[in-house]
Write a protein of this length. Structure first.
Length: 298
């Protein structure tokens, strides 16, 4: 007679190969990379948009981002096996060999960088290569060494707009770095919410996070409020430097004010509901802000 565990295991559907591949390359994260790369390209373009160049940079960036995600999971496979939210990933779950993830991740990253070298320009290629190197070789190992890993990890997360801008202009001026700053600062409250919600999982794997021993949520929420207020200020820069119209500034003030309000609510209560609300608000905030920026581009 089968045990309850055996029955439950047999009832659990086995992920398809495509599902495993999607988890390995972190499809949602890769999609975010493509969105911010496209925004950087569009805002950085003078005159008509070169659709072929845009497609080329998106393809190269997608391959590089997918490869970096796979390499990250290869590196952290033993730690992922300790966390509830990641133990079902293909490598820690044993559905994919570690060597396969290493080969696939390396191949995708290298092919993406080489593709950009042939279809865009040297600056775009260098920024993309730096994104992969910082994410895999700096952020990944630092997660077990210092809580400042979040700041380090936000760098590769904010570089995709520069990839798009560099592909459009073959230069990186103040406007490009403004986009970098917006995405960089946005990641702070976004990740502080995740880290606090998953703090026990991160502690189980030995990751050093700001949320460690922060049962009340005050420390994480305080930092979230601080960065939301900073984002409210930085987010308005495109209007002041002529990248976008005054309509963008009005929308940015409204969105930034609401985002800050949600962070302050998390700070005042320190409960799971409001931490999750902050996380969801961050997901809504960024695409809305970038959409308004594109629509009001001058």
């Amino acid at each position: 007679m089968k045990s309850a565990e055996a029955i439950a295991a047999s009832a659990t559907p086995i992920p398809s190969r495509w599902s495993d591949f999607s988890q390995l390359i972190k499809t949602r994260l890769t999609f975010l990379v493509l969105v911010t790369t496209a925004v950087g390209f569009y805002v950085g373009t003078r005159g008509p948009v070169d659709l072929l160049r845009l497609l080329n940079v998106l393809l190269g960036a997608a391959l590089a981002a997918a490869g970096a995600s796979a390499l990250n999971q290869w590196w952290e496979r033993d730690l992922d096996a300790l966390m509830f939210r990641t133990r079902i990933r293909p490598v820690p779950a044993g559905r994919m060999r570690a060597a396969s993830a290493l080969i696939l991740g390396s191949s995708l990253a290298v092919i993406g960088i080489i593709y950009l070298a042939f279809t865009t320009n040297l600056l775009t290629t260098i920024v993309t290569a730096l994104t992969v190197v910082i994410y895999v070789c700096a952020y990944t190992p630092l997660k077990r060494l210092t809580a400042t890993n979040t700041l380090i990890g936000a760098v590769p997360g904010a570089l995709p707009p520069l990839i798009g801008w560099a592909a459009a202009r073959n230069s990186l001026d103040f406007g490009a770095w403004t986009l970098f700053a917006i995405v960089f600062v946005w990641q702070m409250p976004h990740f502080f919410a995740i880290a606090w919600l998953c703090r026990q999982d991160y502690e189980r794997a030995g990751f050093r996070m700001l949320s460690s021993d922060d049962e009340s949520g005050i420390r994480s929420a305080s930092q979230a409020v601080l960065f939301c207020m900073l984002l409210l200020l930085i987010g308005g820069i495109p209007s002041f430097i002529g990248m976008a119209s005054s309509i963008y500034l009005l929308a940015e003030i409204i969105l930034g004010g609401l985002f800050t309000g949600v962070a302050m609510r998390f700070h005042s209560t320190g409960n799971t509901h409001n931490a999750r609300l902050l996380f969801l608000s961050s997901i809504i905030y960024l695409p809305l802000l970038l959409a308004v920026l594109m629509l009001t581009k001058t």
